[in-house]
Design a protein around this ligand. Sequence first.
Ligand SMILES: [Zn+2]
Length: 308
Amino acid sequence: MGTSVVIAIDVGGTGMKCALVRPDGNVHHTERHPTGAERGPAMVTEHILDVASGLAGRARAEGLDPRAAGLVVPGVVDETAGVAVWSSNVGFRDVPMRSLMAERLGIPAALGHDVRAGGMAEARLGAGRGEPHVLFIAIGTGIAAAHVVGGHAFAGAHGAAGEVGHVIVRPGGPPCPCGSRGCLESVASASAVGRRYAELSGITTATAYDVAARSAAGEPLAGAVWTDAVEALADGLLTAQALYDAGIVVLGGGLAEAGEALLVPLRAALARRITFHRIPRLVRAALGDTAGCLGAALLALDTLEAAA
Ligand SMILES: [Zn+2]
């Protein structure tokens, strides 16, 4: 047999990021496909299996040996049982993805959660490298986190750990899709920042990144919206730090694209709140939107290591 590779697939609400990855973490090949969530979960599942099968075929055609597959999905994931329990944007309800994948491909498979896998990749290969206690926070449409210790992310008893986005930071505040009010993500997600700015300014096309840029350029309205988001994030981070005592906090997702325009005021806002807590290093993610796919590859490689 040829050189070993693993198949890695990161399924999102709109697209799937796929790769063949070597055991040393080097990426041999990447491809992207639409998820096709509008066709329903059964069709999405078939599509994922077809794409995985295509990647295995491609590897073999190139003389490589596909040894395992890693798949990561959003929502609630039971990693121990290998079941995609629930996902609002893909529609999964109790889909046994790991066994379906292993049966289709005839090789071991692993199923993980997209943000936890992304956090694992940032901790082992990205911005958290060398730091044993990493808190990865993805700030995009929503806000979710992964607590990664020694390279492994904690899933919780029900596969639902790390929902920092639903820590209530503004009681009675804006409604959140979860049914509560004033959750961190209802105030400080990239979507919430764009929405709040649109409400106040009438400009509906500005992204969170644009709001940060307008704030930096001295526009008072953008400055107020940005400051509100940063203050809310600092409140959420303080709670997270009280619980996790992270050595480093790695910020990813759309909001983190603001870079220092986010990190500088956020460090200051956190420092103002700190009492007994130890301040974590606060940095921007290094792997961008490939973190989830690399995390899927790590899960597949871990499967092989566990079997060896
Ligand atoms: Zn919520």
